[in-house]
Design a protein around this ligand. Sequence first.
Ligand SMILES: [Zn+2]
Ligand SMILES: [Zn+2]
Length: 230
Amino acid sequence: MVKLNRVRVIELVEPDFFGTTLNHNIVMVEGGPSGGIMMIDTGLPGYLDEISKYLDAWGFSLEDISDVVVTHWHPDHSGNAEEIRRISKAKVYAHADEEEYLLHPRRFDLPYDSVKEELGIGEEEFQETLRRINGISFHPVTVDVKLKGGENLAGFKVIHVPGHTPGHIALHDGVVLVTGDAVRAPHGEPSPPLAFFSWDYVKALKSFKRLLSLPFRYLIPYHGEVVERW
Ligand SMILES: [Zn+2]
Ligand SMILES: [Zn+2]
């Protein structure tokens, strides 16, 4: 767990993701717009117990989450949003262009050739992961507050960064930049989203460059390491 003043990061892991272990950085911010904790992205279904244990260690509980910001609809980000909404009566925030996908999650239809090109994994491993991620079921997410970019949430500005998905957002308070999947940072190296997983890769590259041009001290990607700039 990384603690950055009022911002804390819960790190969870997803094994067997196209031949690697993928980490998930769930960000918790004290002093959310509705007064409790603002949670940025929610992890895969099944993670709730672990999230609850982290909160417990900090003297909080799931009920203390008052606002849930979903950077985009993918199940590793939105998987527990509706459940937390139900448990804590938290408000869920997402970009208006993402709502349709949150209500009706799509299946991933990925061509093996492009995955092989980017990750160099065998077809069997590819099919296994694809089956698993398409088998993830989660509650469709009700969006209470539709965003369009430019809003201020607990001192964080909402930035619309389309590409990985149409309504992907990032959050920036001048010091901390939370990027969701718009920036990955495997081994601490900022990288654009995986091409085969992106809705529009040209837009994704543009958004990636835009985010890296912002002033920040800490960049928190959802997958990878926290990047610290001196
Ligand atoms: Zn994603
Ligand atoms: Zn992701």
